[in-house]
Design a protein around this ligand. Structure first.
Ligand code: ADE
Length: 248
C-alpha cells in the first residue's frame, strides 16, 4: 500500500517512519510513504503558500494554486507509474490503476473510526493532504472533491498528526504488517466484534496485592474465551455505552 503525503512539514514524518512496525513494513516493501512539500508548487518567488482571508478575520488561508497543482502533479505521477507497471504486466487489478484516493485532513471532515479505516485500507494508494493555518481556500475542495476526514472533535495545529494517525490505523490492516495475521481482527472496534478489548495480564501473577484472574491461569480455553467476552462486554457497557447499544 502506498501513501503520498502532501504537507508543508515533511520532516515531521521522519521519526515516525523510521521506528517500529512502520519501519519494518517499509523495509519489507509492504508499505511505502512518499512525502511531497506543497511549497515546491508555489509560484511565488518567496515560496509563499498562504494569504489573508477575503472578508477579513484572523489567520491565514492556504492559497488554492500550490495545493491544487501539487495534488494534480502527484496524481499524474501515479497514473504514469501505473501505465509503466501495466506495460510490464505487473498491474493486474483494475482498482490499482486509480490515481489514488484523495483524503483531506480537516476537523470538518467525516469522523475517522474503524469502519472508515477498513474502507480506506481497500485502496492501494492514498493521497493525504495536510492543512495548516485557518484551512484551505474553498476552491481546493470544490475542484479536487477530496474525502474530507477528521480524527476527532478538536483542532490540531495541522493535518500532519492526523495523517500519521490515519496511516497508523490503516497499515495495521495491510496483510503481513502485523506479525500475527489475526491480531488486528481482535482489536477493540474490529469488524469481528465492535466491543472494547478485554483486559490483558502478563507476569507476575501477583503485583502489589493485585492478582491475575484465576481463570486466565487455568488453561481452560473455553472458560478463558467466556471470561474475555464477558469482560469485553462489561468494559464496553461501562466506558462506551454508545457502542454497547449499537451492538445490541
Ligand atoms: N487538522 C486540524 N485538526 C484536525 C482534526 N481534528 N482532524 C483532522 N485534521 C485536522
Amino acid at each position: 500500500m502506498r501513501f503520498d503525503v502532501l504537507t508543508l512539514f515533511p520532516e515531521i514524518f521522519s521519526g515516525y517512519m523510521t521506528q517500529s512496525l512502520l519501519k519494518l513494513a517499509i523495509e519489507r516493501s509492504l508499505v511505502s510513504i512518499e512525502l511531497h512539500n506543497i511549497r515546491d508548487w508555489s509560484r511565488d518567488k518567496h515560496k509563499c503558500v498562504d494569504d489573508r482571508p477575503f472578508g477579513g478575520g484572523p489567520g491565514m488561508v492556504f492559497k488554492p494554486e500550490p495545493v491544487v497543482e501539487a495534488v494534480e502533479a502527484v496524481q499524474k505521477q501515479a497514473l504514469e507509474n501505473n501505465e509503466a507497471l501495466k506495460k510490464n504486466e505487473a498491474l493486474e487489478n483494475e482498482e490499482d490503476s486509480e490515481p489514488g484516493h484523495l483524503v483531506l485532513l480537516t476537523p470538518q471532515g467525516r469522523p475517522l473510526n474503524q469502519p472508515l479505516v477498513e474502507e480506506l485500507a481497500t485502496h492501494s494508494r492514498l493521497l493525504l493532504l495536510c492543512g495548516r493555518y485557518e484551512g484551505f481556500d474553498q476552491r481546493v475542495s470544490d475542484l479536487l472533491e477530496p474525502d474530507e476526514i477528521s480524527i476527532g472533535d478538536f483542532v490540531l495545529n495541522g493535518g500532519e498528526v492526523a495523517a500519521m494517525t490515519l496511516i497508523d490505523a490503516v497499515i495495521r490492516l495491510v496483510p503481513g504488517v502485523l506479525g500475527d495475521e489475526d491480531s488486528s481482527r481482535y482489536d477493540s472496534f474490529s469488524s469481528v466484534g465492535r466491543l472494547l478489548e478485554h483486559a490483558q495480564y502478563t507476569r507476575p501473577r501477583e503485583y502489589r496485592g493485585l492478582e491475575v484472574p484465576e481463570v486466565l491461569l487455568s488453561g481452560d480455553h473455553t472458560a478463558i474465551a467466556k471470561w474475555r467476552e464477558e469482560n469485553s462486554q462489561e468494559r464496553t457497557r461501562q466506558r462506551r455505552p454508545d457502542l454497547f447499544n449499537e451492538n445490541e
